[in-house]
Design a protein around this ligand. Structure first.
Ligand SMILES: CC(C)(COP(=O)(O)OP(=O)(O)OC[C@H]1O[C@@H](n2cnc3c(N)ncnc32)[C@H](O)[C@@H]1OP(=O)(O)O)[C@@H](O)C(=O)NCCC(=O)NCCS
Length: 216
């Protein structure tokens, strides 16, 4: 089954987000060929005017377990790939993966990279990856912002002309615990317990959800 998500962008356009398929190879080659040299240089950290057939095969034949890649396509032109994001699990450290993104020039700055980053982080947590890292030029603030969007703890280490950016993702249990804490902090939740109980008819009181039970 193909899992497709409709993403509304800040400028009113909408795109479809889905896993990459082997059949996307010609679409990826086409998208690459019309992307600016600057964007390609930022993504690959070297000049990359074209992809070799081996690279195209590698980038489109992913197992969705150790190598996850998502593409965004235009709603009315599903043959037009406008963004790609991926992570590849580190062989020496299975809970870590290298992530990279590229958004077509005329789709940058409207939230597409952020949507990709969040979707990739979700898949990472689901597959046991807790650390996502990436290399980028030091002036690439947009890319650092994407790693920040993933919701984890961010560290940036300078390595000359590049930065190594790393985020440690919260587990599903951590996220649930944060949700429970936020609920407790909502206005009204700091009223004395006796006062709160008086306002709820006894027969309608429900047991509180157990975080541990949900995670089990
Ligand atoms: C980096 C990149 C993927 C970001 O994607 P995007 O779709 O433009 O990102 P978004 O629109 O979701 O913006 C995310 C954040 O980055 C910021 N941002 C985006 N481009 C930026 C830029 N050029 N300079 C500064 N900030 C930028 C946005 O302001 C936003 O932050 P905000 O929501 O707090 O305002 C995209 O610019 C790109 O493809 N660049 C070329 C390839 C590349 O650099 N890849 C990363 C290598 S890992």
């Amino acid at each position: 089954m193909v899992d497709v998500v409709l993403i509304p962008l800040h400028d009113g356009r909408r795109v479809l987000l889905r896993d990459i398929e082997p059949e996307d190879a010609p679409l990826l080659v086409r998208a690459h060929s019309i992307t600016s040299d600057e964007a390609l240089q930022a993504r690959f950290l070297s000049a990359k005017p074209r992809l070799s057939s081996g690279e195209v095969h590698y980038l489109t034949h992913v197992d969705r377990l150790d190598h996850v890649a998502l593409v965004a396509v235009e709603v009315d032109r599903p043959e037009a790939i406008v963004a790609v994001g991926r992570w590849i699990r580190d062989r020496g450290r299975p809970d870590a993966a290298e992530a990279a993104f590229i958004v077509a020039d005329d789709y940058q700055g409207v939230g597409l990279g952020s949507a990709l980053a969040i979707a990739l982080a979700d898949r990472a947590v689901a597959r046991g990856v807790r650390v996502l890292q990436g290399s980028m030029y030091t002036d690439n603030r947009g890319s650092v912002a994407l790693f920040a969007r993933m919701g984890g703890e961010l560290t940036v280490v300078n390595e000359g002309i590049t930065n190594e950016v790393r985020t440690t993702l919260p587990s599903a249990t951590d996220r649930l615990e944060r949700l429970v804490v936020r609920r407790r902090l909502r206005p009204g939740h700091d009223r004395p317990r006796r006062d709160r109980l008086r306002r709820v008819p006894r027969r309608r009181r429900q047991p509180h959800p157990q975080v541990g039970a949900v995670a089990a």
